[in-house]
Design a protein around this ligand. Structure first.
Ligand SMILES: [Zn+2]
Length: 262
């Protein structure tokens, strides 16, 4: 055993002796660059106890005892926000949402890989997401490309009003996969707003929030990234942005992130 795994084992033992609720799942991690003991709580993940190499098991145990009330409050909150991402099966009739419109999936044997059409039921007012029958991952990628195309067109058009009001010039947009933690990003060096494609399956006011959020960064407000100046810009554009941010944390965890069952 290395020095660190030995310390981790000793700390884990000291934590176990505290008699905390067994479902709290505290995981000890030695962090060589830290100076102080800390706790890390992320939705859907076990609680991490971050331990600097110089700490003693007693000190860590003390720290946790001290934060017991905080953990008792925060753990259920984090659990509620744990992702529960939608899983698609790519069967006829399955529902998809894109830019606030609901579509039924219709598998076809010809035509482009994925497109939106009024057919095949001429009398039905519903719109169909027509996808050429193929392997699930191929069908998924075709649908994702459709989300990216439609999303990009929407974002560029919708972004214009913020560009105008915020005095933003020469801004670029892209819609792509940004992983599991971000809905959007702004790169100052490229002057580029990136949006996560699953965003376009969420309610319009949440898409709009992420767009405004990144465009507020693109106005290059002084100070910290999400500091006072940035917040002022957001409040000017979208007085209820804080509510939308909270709603995004809740609704976003059930988003379709491209998962499918084959
Ligand atoms: Zn931001």
């Amino acid at each position: 055993m290395t020095e660190h795994t030995e310390l981790a084992a000793d700390v884990q033992k000291a934590v176990a002796a505290l008699g905390l609720p067994p479902d709290w799942e505290l995981r000890v991690e030695i962090r060589p660059r830290r100076n102080a003991v800390g706790l890390e709580l992320k939705p859907g993940e076990p609680v991490k106890v971050l331990v600097p190499p110089g700490a003693t098991p007693e000190r860590v145990a003390d720290f946790i005892r001290h934060h017991r009330g905080w953990l008792a409050r925060k753990i259920p909150e984090a659990r509620q926000l744990a992702p529960d991402f939608a899983v698609k099966e790519f069967v006829d009739g399955e529902g998809f949402v894109l830019l606030d419109r609901s579509y039924r999936l219709h598998l076809t044997d010809d035509g482009p890989p994925a497109r939106i059409e009024g057919r095949p039921h001429v009398l039905s007012p519903a719109l169909f997401l027509c996808v050429r029958r193929d392997r699930p991952d191929t069908m998924r990628n075709a649908v994702i490309n459709l989300y990216r195309d439609r999303g990009l067109t929407w974002a560029k058009l919708r972004g214009e009003q913020y560009e105008r009001r915020g005095g933003i010039q020469g801004l670029h947009y892209e819609v792509r996969d940004l992983g599991r933690r971000r809905w959007g990003a702004y790169s100052p060096t490229k002057h580029l707003v990136s949006l996560h494609w699953p965003l376009f399956g969420l309610p319009r006011e949440l898409i709009e929030y992420v767009l405004a959020h990144e465009l507020a960064h693109a106005t290059r407000p002084p100070g910290r990234q999400h500091g006072e100046a940035w917040q002022r810009q957001m409040s000017l554009w979208m007085p209820d942005w804080r509510q939308r941010k909270t709603a995004l944390a809740h609704v976003g965890r059930r988003a379709w992130m491209g998962n499918y069952r084959s």
